[in-house]
Each structure stands twice: as structure tokens, then as C-alpha cells.
Design a protein around this ligand. Structure first.
Ligand code: PLP
Length: 410
């Protein structure tokens, strides 16, 4: 038989969410009467908003007519009018329409981006971080075959982001010529980087010939006007950054699937080849463009009505986050010294339970409150002792979960 790609042997055992699902199933089997509520996953729960839903259904109906039918787009980068609208509405002209590449989601683009750099690139990731950056790097071989340690895997280096450094990493651990994954607003910590911090990151990358993969999937949750919603608001970013983004969390397109990446024309590989040229070659080979129905929905989200609906939907989840934060300020949590972060410019609340392991707290909350959360250790070693509470949930479930949390014995 054919051998499997040896890089897969280097992945850490199991993906976080299957393990959570396993523990939830085991608990449900042992306690069939329990009404389990999830504050665990980052999946959206509320219906599509009316204006955007109508744009999807109108487009889909049109596909059933001779006049309205369309097949492959002319270009895998997306409908020209949509690329233009993203550049104008979301970036206020900070990027050119030709730098916007529409995708079927940010996760898919992380996978594709890694193929541009191959197995020999050094990688730096925030610790904790969205697991796809590390696992994707390991799959393409960037981790070599070195064993996993608390500092990273081979050429994949972890940059700890903790309350002690205000969740902004010490960049001195990053090797020159690295790909740097940076996510703000952050999943899982809910931290947002200030303009000064992003400038530090951009200056570091330019000076050390690094490329930043800036994941801005939660930028629509930023309410503090001093926080940049794009890395391209920072001077110098166009020569060192790719931004990936998504319609999943702003407008509930987690199932519809739509995202985009900004690949600046000024970004170059060491030999002077424009990154855009390789990106176009790669995506034209492996990707036939985002769904035309999804793009019609995305387009509708960027007109006045769509912008209003997007704000209302993201405000809804931010209100859930506020309810969760308030619950975590309860007496039982305060007595145990629980510290609360995030949830104001991001849909995640990140709580530290001093002296306790994350899986231990996860099990306590599941057993005593029948609430599923996400253990911070699943996002990297620096997530140990933390729990991520997701604000994606129906309001009544969030309220019920927080009532139960008030009775948690820590
Ligand atoms: N980036 C981050 C930080 C995420 O948390 C997620 C999803 O949870 C994604 C990207 C994936 O987005 P998409 O649904 O566009 O693939």
C-alpha cells in the first residue's frame, strides 16, 4: 500500500472539538435528563437577516431562468463588482479591488496560503491560537519532524499571549523570514491589538523579511474606534501582510461559505516575484471561485440595509458576551480569583481560573452546570488554566447558562 504523507504523523493527537464532543456525548449518555447548553463553539446561531436572505433567494431563483443563469465566474477571485464593493465599503479605499480575492471562507484560504510557502518556511503563531494555523503548517511539512514542545514544533514557534503581556507577544522569538500568524480580534482570547501594537508587528515583519497572515475574521465586532479593523490601516503593511477575512461571523455565513483575502500588489517573495502572481496561479488551479449565490448575499451585506443588519446581528452577539462577562463577575468566580478578558470587541470571553487546569474546569462546568465551554489548553500551551466562553448562542440559552454558572462551586 501507499505510505501516508509523513507530516500527518506530526499532528498533535485529535482536534480540539472532537474531544469536546466526545466528553459531551459521554456526559449526555450518563445523564439523559440533563439539558446541555453549549457556550463552546464558534458557530453562529441566529437566522440570516432579511435583506441578505432575500438577496440569496432572489439570486438562487434567478439561476432557474435563462436570463439569470450563470456558471463559473470569469475569474476565481470573485465578481468584479463585489471586489470593488469590498475595497470601497470595508477598506474605505485602503486596498485596490485588484487586491481583493473572494474565497469560500477564511479557513480554506489559510490552507491555500500555506501551499505558497511550502515545507521550508519558518512559522510563528500566537499561543493560544485558532488551531488551523499550526495544524495546517504541520500538514505542509513546515514543522519538520521535530517533536512537539511547549515552545512549538520544529520550525513552528509559539508566541505566548498572556494577561502579563496584554496578549501582545514578544516578537524576539520569531526567526527572520517567518510566516507570522496574527489574529485580531483574537480567537480564543478576545483580545484586540491596538494601532501601536500592530505598527510594532508590521515594522518587525518589514525589518525581518517576514510575512504576516493577519486573520481579521472578527473585525466586525470591533466597537472601540481606536482599534484598526484591518492591518492595512497601519503604514508599511502592504509590503509585509496578507489579510484573511470572512463573512461567517459578521452575517452568519458559516454555512453559506464566503470570505476574502487581501493580497497586496506590493508584497514580494525573496526573488522579487509578486505574491499576488503566485496566489493567482494557485487559486486558479485549485479553486473555481466562491458560490455565485453566496457572493450575491455578500454584496447585499455591503449596501446600507445590509450594513445596518450586520451591525444589529453583531451587536446581538456582543450583548450575549456582556451577559457572560457579568455572570463571571459573580461571587463564586471572584472568590476563586477568576480573571475575565475579551468580549467587548470580540464574541469570545476568555477567563483564567488560577491554579486549575482547563480540562478540569471544563469538566466541572459540564458536570455541575451542564454547560459546554472550550478549554483554553486546546488552543495551545499558553491557554492552560483558561476557558473560552463563546457568545454565539440564542439569548434564552445564554441567560439560562449564566444562571447555572452562578451556582458553580469552584
Ligand atoms: N479564523 C478564525 C480566527 C476563526 O475563528 C474562524 C472560525 O471560527 C475562521 C477563521 C474560519 O472562518 P470561515 O468560516 O470563513 O472559514
Amino acid at each position: 500500500m501507499i505510505e501516508k504523507n509523513p507530516n500527518f504523523a506530526n499532528l498533535s493527537a485529535g482536534y480540539l472539538f472532537p474531544e469536546i464532543a466526545k466528553r459531551r456525548r459521554a456526559f449526555a449518555a450518563a445523564h439523559p435528563e440533563a439539558k446541555i447548553i453549549s457556550l463552546g463553539i464558534g458557530n453562529t446561531t441566529e437566522p440570516l437577516t432579511p435583506h441578505i436572505a432575500k438577496a440569496l433567494s432572489d439570486y438562487a431563483a434567478g439561476l432557474g431562468t435563462k436570463e439569470g443563469y450563470t456558471g463559473y465566474g470569469d475569474d476565481s477571485a470573485g465578481e468584479p463588482a463585489f471586489r470593488e464593493k469590498i475595497a470601497k465599503v470595508l477598506y474605505k479605499g485602503l486596498v485596490e479591488p485588484s487586491e481583493v480575492f473572494v474565497s469560500d471562507g477564511a479557513k480554506c484560504d489559510v490552507g491555500r496560503i500555506q501551499q505558497m510557502f511550502g515545507a521550508n518556511v519558518a512559522v510563528a503563531v500566537q499561543d493560544p491560537s485558532y488551531p488551523v494555523y499550526v495544524d495546517g503548517s504541520v500538514m505542509v511539512g513546515a514543522a519538520g519532524h521535530a517533536p512537539k514542545t511547549d515552545a512549538g514544533y520544529g520550525d513552528v514557534v509559539y508566541m505566548p499571549c498572556l494577561p502579563e503581556n496584554n496578549f501582545f507577544p514578544d516578537l524576539s522569538v520569531v526567526k527572520p523570514n517567518s510566516l507570522i500568524y496574527f489574529c485580531s480580534p483574537n480567537n480564543p482570547t478576545g483580545a484586540v491589538a491596538s494601532k501601536e501594537e500592530l505598527k510594532k508587528l508590521v515594522d518587525f515583519a518589514n525589518k525581518n523579511d517576514c510575512i504576516i497572515i493577519f486573520d481579521a475574521a472578527y473585525s466586525s465586532y470591533i466597537r472601540d474606534e481606536s482599534i484598526p479593523s484591518t492591518i492595512f490601516a497601519v503604514e508599511g503593511a502592504k509590503t509585509c501582510a496578507i489579510e484573511i477575512n470572512s463573512f461567517s461571523k459578521p452575517i452568519g455565513f458559516t454555512g453559506v461559505r464566503l470570505g476574502w483575502s487581501i493580497v497586496p500588489s506590493a508584497l514580494k517573495f525573496a526573488d522579487g516575484t509578486p505574491v499576488q502572481q503566485i496566489w493567482t496561479r494557485l487559486t486558479n488551479t485549485f479553486f473555481n471561485g466562491a458560490s455565485n449565490i453566496a457572493q450575491a448575499g455578500g454584496m447585499a451585506s455591503l449596501d446600507d440595509e445590509g450594513i445596518k443588519e450586520t451591525r444589529e446581528l453583531t451587536d446581538f452577539y456582543l450583548e450575549n458576551a456582556r451577559i457572560i462577562r457579568d455572570a463571571l463577575k459573580g461571587e463564586n468566580f471572584a472568590k476563586a480569583g477568576v480573571q475575565i478578558f475579551g468580549g467587548d470587541n470580540a464574541p469570545y470571553v476568555w477567563a483564567k481560573f488560577p491554579g486549575k487546569g482547563s480540562w478540569e474546569v471544563f469538566d466541572m462546568i459540564l458536570e455541575q452546570c451542564n454547560v459546554v465551554t472550550t478549554p483554553g489548553a486546546g488552543f495551545g500551551p499558553a491557554g492552560e488554566s483558561f476557558i473560552r466562553f463563546s457568545s454565539f448562542g440564542h439569548r434564552e440559552d445564554v441567560i439560562e447558562a449564566t444562571k447555572r454558572l452562578a451556582g458553580l462551586k469552584l
